[in-house]
Design a protein around this ligand. Structure first.
Ligand code: SF4
Ligand code: SF4
Length: 412
């Protein structure tokens, strides 16, 4: 029996059966209308459908119909089907607009299908398989061979403290300025943050997402053990994806964790309220808009801390894009799936988001995840993109203003 003829085990999808059949076909996951259509225009919901020719099979309604076909044995697998379920940022906007909420959470169905595909040896597709290989061999998503702790050279960071900074792959290797700015802000507020040094591994976000659960578990168990042995009571990270892994995925895998997990926006907003940090430097761009990372907003309800920080910066006017808070549009780079399988679709999604920022009248975009910074910076349109932590450090006078924004040290 060839690989293509192997039976497609639907065990994980079977557990999502109730969700799959709960879809009423209302179509809200294609276009969302307000109750008063004269006041708020309809907006397109699914970024992948929007930037893949508008075909039904890309949005939740279409994919749930395919899932029904898979469950009933009416649909077989094909290369197209595999790519469809991996061209997925799992942005969760469809969950938010779904009229059967909270019964249907479509990304859970996509994840179950990807797990089935991995178990059957049919997934993930080659570009994502390469990410898994890099994580397996180098414990970082880029396959970088250099020391993970290089970004901290000269900072003399301890390896044990009650507060631990989990940098993540992007801030360790690519946007190292964000990692260094985080330490500068925390120290300014009187904290003594530790880090895991070379013992920090990738959080496993792509593997949780792509269905390679055994590898994800390996990453999670290692990081949990290292964090516990560091004596940390609180772990803080500036990456929305690491935050989701540590806060949602790890406890789901191993149960209660003996430490608290915070995003930098939460800890900085708290320090601001307690007047442990303050802003006295105006940024060059005054009209700023905030892009909600899906993992931070729709998955973990962190909407206000970044906004309260940005609004407190002197001279800044915070403008909202048409789709914001729980309705925010994805950057296209969730867990590096779409940008690996269909890079042109991911680029179009990010470009659409930057166009929306421009329409809102913003001079620069602020976001709170290095993947979003990367996606939106590449989509460019001449507009600067700031990581929230870099903006905070700048506004505290800890970093110079010149040439900041799109602060991407190295692009892999
Ligand atoms: S999770 Fe996002 S990209 Fe995926 S089907 Fe739902 S709205 Fe579309
Ligand atoms: S919004 Fe929910 S119920 Fe309506 S078509 Fe989409 S998934 Fe189905």
């Amino acid at each position: 029996m060839t690989k293509k003829e192997a039976p497609f085990d639907r065990g994980n999808l079977m557990k999502m059966r109730d969700m799959v059949y709960a879809c009423t076909r209302c179509g809200y996951c294609r276009e969302k209308y307000s109750s008063d259509m004269t006041k708020t225009p309809a907006f397109r919901v699914c970024p992948v459908r929007e930037h893949s020719g508008g075909f039904e099979h890309h949005c939740a309604r279409g994919k749930l119909l395919i899932a029904q076909g898979l469950l009933e044995g009416r649909v077989g697998y094909s290369q197209e089907l595999v790519e469809l379920f991996y061209s997925e940022p799992d942005c969760r906007l469809c969950t938010w607009v779904c009229n059967t909420m909270p019964l249907i959470d479509p990304p859970q169905v996509w994840r179950a299908i990807r797990q089935d595909l991995v178990e059957a040896g049919l997934g993930p597709p080659e570009p994502i398989r390469k990410i898994d290989d890099r994580v397996r061999k180098s414990h970082n998503t880029f396959g970088a061979k250099t020391s993970r702790s290089k970004w901290a050279e000269g900072l003399d960071l301890p390896l044990r403290s009650e507060l631990l900074y989990f940098a993540g792959c992007y801030s360790s290797y690519s946007q190292t300025e964000t990692a260094r700015a985080t330490i500068a802000v925390l120290r300014h507020a009187g904290e003594n943050p530790a880090f895991l040094g070379d013992s920090e591994w990738c959080c496993g976000v792509s593997q949780f997402h792509d269905g390679s659960i055994l590898l994800a578990k390996q990453m999670a168990e290692h990081n949990i053990e290292m964090i516990i042995s560091s004596g940390a009571k609180t772990v803080v990270t500036g990456c929305a994806e690491c935050y989701k892994s540590l806060k949602l995925e790890y406890p789901a895998l191993v149960g209660h964790l003996p430490f608290e997990v915070l995003h930098t926006s939460e800890i900085f907003a708290g320090m601001l309220a307690e007047e442990r940090i303050c802003f006295d430097v105006e940024p060059t761009e005054k009209k700023l808009t905030y892009h909600d990372p899906c993992s931070l907003g729709r998955y973990l309800n962190v909407f206000e801390p970044p906004r309260s920080i940005i609004s407190s910066i002197p001279g800044v006017e915070l403008l909202e894009m048409q789709r914001h808070h729980d309705y925010a549009w994805c950057c296209g780079y969730g867990a590096d799936m779409v940008n690996s399988v269909q890079p042109e679709v991911a680029s179009d999604i990010a470009a659409g988001r930057m166009a929306e920022a421009k329409e809102a009248g913003a001079e620069a975009v602020v976001t709170a995840c290095p993947r979003c910074v990367r996606a939106l910076s590449k989509a460019g349109r001449g507009m600067k993109v700031y990581d929230l932590t870099v903006l905070v450090a700048m506004s505290m006078g800890l970093l110079g203003m010149k040439n900041r924004g799109n602060s991407n040290d190295v692009w892999f």
